[in-house]
Design a protein around this ligand. Sequence first.
Ligand code: 5RP
Length: 238
Amino acid sequence: MISQNEQKNLVASVAIDTLIGQGKIFSGMKIGLGTGSTAEPAVRRLAQRIDDGTLADIKAVVTSFGTQNLCEELGIPVYSMNDRIIGGHLDLTIDGADEVDPCNNVIKGGGAALLREKIAAYNSTTFVIVADASKIVDTLGTGFRLPVEIIGEARVPVIAALNALGADCVLRQGVRKCGPVITDNGNQLLDIVWKEPVDPAVMEDKINGIVGVVDNGFFTKNKPIVFTVDADGSVIER
Ligand code: 5RP
């Protein structure tokens, strides 16, 4: 089996080339670009296919400051979701994931970008996940902690409400920055683990019903096409 980094690079570039071949990535399209170490090689491969003349007039909506910087470096034009040329809807969004279950439900937000990632994913005709083999699980949220973006002022009541739903919560702390992680939207993040396995589709809505929650990392409503790597190192689409 190839290394995790090699899997990320492989699955990202094979996905971009396959989606071009299938006509799902095409010149003139509006594309959402995710965040993280698997989304990054996908963005880099997209830029290569623009540079080699395969694609033209790509309009990108990014999901984080990090991906904004990457697009600026690569010369991919970036728009707001609200720009008239985008009109609040994307043809396709491609992104990484923290966990993917057998129904292609997903946990995202390990890189603290879940809110803008969900805005892009849920406002796209096609949603695509690229994921190394370690991300494929049987049950979401029992290994990787589910990220929940919250308004800092509501931290204590939100934690109490999540405890009542059966979750243990940890406030995500900054690295080389004192205090909590502050998202690109100015909010804070809880990472939560369930005492018992939960139904992600039900829990996505229940968590978002708590006052002070901005959104959570369960993505169950726009089922993605998932590209991953199988045991012999070849890319599979499911
Ligand atoms: C960022 C995300 C990422 O897509 C997710 O954390 C996977 O990251 P990586 O590809 O680096 O493993 O949701 O908020």
